[in-house]
Design a protein around this ligand. Structure first.
Ligand code: C5P
Length: 411
């Protein structure tokens, strides 16, 4: 059964030399089914049993084979691979590999990656029954366990060598289950979350525009926190100077009109829409095709018209299953204004923050907010925007739990 328990998780699948290496292709696919991004590394012996091409085609990434290959090392070296992974899963792990792992060797790519890793490491041993039973193998296993490596113990049964006993690679579904159990289930596992962030720019002419002070920091932090919680995140952002958040799909837009189109495109299949963007409320009625000269009879009057209200457009079409969250950046009567927006825009939740305090809000790294729903009010104390984003995602996921039923009762 697919549970998306590995959504946004990066798994480095290491394959060592043994007949069970052919099963690594299936392991790769089943990890992907659970939502994991998979890269692969093979020892020299593993390549005698299954070709790198198979794993390359399945993982859609080059297979890492050699510690001393300048080409692959310069693209993504062993240290970067170790940093990249959330889990290194060696399946199958041969007796020889386990012995080298226990000694802390780093004389080939896979052992060097394990030595450099701070992430979770798990091995699924597979070997002949008497190799498994040897005292030295059991000592090596005890040593690897003692340094925090998880061992997915082998199964019992008929072996490729014709003998019967313990040492068969654990069945693939059981390996996947144990890999999933190494991670806490994200509170938004498998959900699609769309976040808007940053300001929009409304062109006056090809050079000038109307915009605001939004930095995008809070929206980007929320996109990251949602991805951390296991969601598939689409971040629709106006112009900012921020790097693309890890593990989120980024769609860049300029104007409110473009942001609306991008959002409406994403609404089908979305579970949560978080509208953090400081969308410009006005645009010029007509955009000048050429730069407006400053010598036009002294003053310049520009006629403005309203931009679309993206959030309201979404709530108009959303149906019962999309949870919508708005932001109210206010300089006065914070809660009163936020409450009216909650009702007017027919939102499930609004996050009110006071942007008159320069220590919090727009360009600052700190924020403080009150989260309002039709039934509750929760204070999020002053914290950095990353922490506030995590707290907000926690609250959204709690609300989401009872959401389907509540929403249907309201309609
Ligand atoms: O009405 P006000 O602009 O204060 O509402 C703020 C909320 O509405 C924010 O969540 C913002 O992202 C959203 N909004 C929008 N489209 C607009 C203006 C605001 O989606 N044109």
């Amino acid at each position: 059964m697919i549970s998306n328990q590995l959504t946004n998780k990066r798994v480095l699948l290491g394959v060592t030399g043994g007949i069970a290496a052919y099963k690594s292709a299936e392991i790769c696919r089943r990890l992907q089914d659970e939502g994991a991004e998979v890269r692969t590394a093979m020892t020299a012996a593993a390549q005698e049993f299954i070709t790198p091409l198979t794993l390359q085609a399945l993982s859609k990434n080059p297979v890492h084979l050699d510690l001393l290959d300048p080409e692959t090392e310069s693209a993504m070296g062993h240290i970067e691979l170790a940093r990249w992974a959330d889990l290194i899963l060696i399946a199958p792990a041969s007796a020889n590999f386990i012995s080298r792992l226990a000694q802390g060797r780093g004389d080939d790519l896979l052992t060097a990656i394990c030595l450099a890793a701070d992430c979770k490491v798990a091995i699924a041993p597979a070997m002949n029954r008497s190799m498994w039973e040897k005292e030295v193998t059991q000592k090596n296993l005890a040593q690897t366990k003692s340094v925090g490596i998880s061992v997915f113990a082998p199964g019992e049964g008929e072996q490729a060598c014709g003998e019967t006993g313990v040492g068969r690679l654990l069945d693939v579904p059981d390996i996947i289950l144990l890999a999933c159990e190494l991670f806490e289930t994200g509170v938004l596992s498998g959900k699609k979350v769309v976040v808007t962030a940053g300001p929009t720019r409304e062109a006056i002419d090809p050079i000038r525009y109307i915009s605001n002070h939004s930095s995008g920091k809070q929206g980007y932090a929320i996109a990251e926190a949602a991805a951390e919680a296991g969601a598939n995140v689409v971040l629709i952002s106006g112009p900012t100077n921020l790097p693309k958040p890890d593990r989120a799909q980024l769609i860049k837009v300029e104007s409110a009109g473009q942001m609306l189109d991008a959002v409406l495109d994403q609404v089908p299949g979305t579970d949560v829409f978080i509208s953090v963007a400081a969308v410009a409320d006005f645009k010029t009625k007509l955009t000048a095709p050429n730069k407006i000269k400053k010598n036009v009879n002294g003053n310049l009057t520009i006629e403005l018209s309203r931009t679309p209200d993206i959030l309201s457009e979404v709530t108009k079409i959303k149906g019962n299953h999309l949870f919508t969250v708005g932001f109210a950046a206010e300089t006065e009567n914070l809660l009163e204004n936020a409450n009216s927006k909650l009702k007017e825009k027919k939102l499930d939740m609004i996050v009110a923050n006071d942007v008159s305090d320069s220590e919090i809000g727009f360009n600052s790294d700190l924020n403080e907010a009150t989260v309002l729903t039709p039934k509750t009010s929760i204070n999020l104390p002053k914290a950095n925007k990353t922490q506030l984003a995590r707290n907000l995602i926690e609250i959204i996921s709690e609300q989401l739990a009872g959401f389907g039923t509540d929403a249907r009762a309201r309609s």
